[in-house]
Write a protein of this length. Sequence first.
Length: 128
Amino acid sequence: MIGEYRDIAEFITLCRPKKIVEVGIGRDFSTLKELEKMTAANIIAVDISPSEGVLADDITRPDMDIYKGSDVIYSIRPPPELYPYLIDIARKVKALLVIRPFSLDEPPKIFKLVNYKRAVLYIIDFRR
């Protein structure tokens, strides 16, 4: 699985982001740690249940100051019912949204499916 995390991080770094936000990090810091090895970007982790190094945020009522200036917002295996909130946040800050879904989750039509090495991702690019 570590190879997939590395591939997700590599895909994100191809965008040359200055600010990255991981939404719903939980207790798995694998992708974030890979990103820290690959980029000097400002990387912020948020979760509804904060912990050391993780900011508290409920994306159904987001603190938009956290996301302002983000180039990439990503989430690893978020529940599909949170997709609309992730889309809304990314749209408002004009960021690339990257979701690593559970294997059986179907994306809304707005997403583009991207296979990058071992990583299967849904993306929407609001940066334009």
